[in-house]
Design a protein around this ligand. Sequence first.
Ligand code: XMP
Length: 327
Amino acid sequence: DWTSENVIAQQVERIRAQIGDKKVICGLSGGVDSAVAAALVHKAVGDQLTCVFVDHGLLRADERRQVEQDYVASTGVRLVTVDAADRFLGQLAGLTDPEAKRKAIGHEFIRTFEQAAADLVAEAASEDGEPIRFLVQGTLYPDVVESGGGTGTANIKSHHNVGGLPEDIEFELVEPLRTLFKDEVRAIGRELGLPEVIVGRQPFPGPGLGIRIIGEVTAERLEILRRADRIAREELSRAGLDEEIWQCPVVLLADVRSVGVQGDGRTYGHPIVLRPVSSEDAMTADWTRVPYDVLSHISNRITNEVDEVNRVVLDITSKPPGTIEWE
Ligand code: XMP
């Protein structure tokens, strides 16, 4: 019988059998999958688990707090946050091409995570000589099918400033969600008592807001987008549209300016694009028919509350031909 309770009990047993008394690490992205995978492993082996959360500075408003406070409070996991916003912004400076931005973010992410993992491995070894052998990943069933099914190991390259480590640290993977679909993962997350803001979260791309700023990514532009995105999310949720909307990218056209008027003054600001889509699996999507009064309210709030934005536009393109994200 499929119940979340049964799946949890079964997985806890499997995880214990795999990990024994060894140490294990898990990278948290802020998304549903890694959050549930880590919670399962924590339930199974407690403080043998350490989680690593890389804050690349491309997160939405409040996401870091939700992981560091709400998630940690509800699970009790040991969490190390890596503050890497400056490093990522440095890598992104001057880049405008979408693929170049993606590549820069991806590379920096791997470098940052490897560094953190290597540090933890060194620390664990010097504490009690007990190596970290395992790495948790939130792989879902559809990911397994797509990638051809193998399970296995991952290598982390150690860095020169970490003394006494082999060149490569090999981890055995722990993947407790390999047989599950997204809705099942959400059900398990709820059963484990994870915060709804994380369990119910819309899909959010790994490169984060970095690919929702059309143009160069800067700290100022990220702040503008964060404020607009928070308003859109608040109002769509308040209107009860979270079920209907698969996700709603909010995009800043940072290199476009248009003339507006506010009070007595002429403005020359940036447009914000709302991209609400309905979808089953993100392969195809249709634009969501959000009620006009909700759109109107979002537009008023964004233009009133975010100074640099003087225009809000709605993306009414299906996928195909448009992708869900703008980059
Ligand atoms: P597109 O824009 O291709 O997006 O229609 C389909 C789904 O994938 C997400 N997406 C990403 N997720 N890294 C990710 O982890 C990425 O680089 C990335 N690009 C797009 C997107 O949010 C949508 O759910």
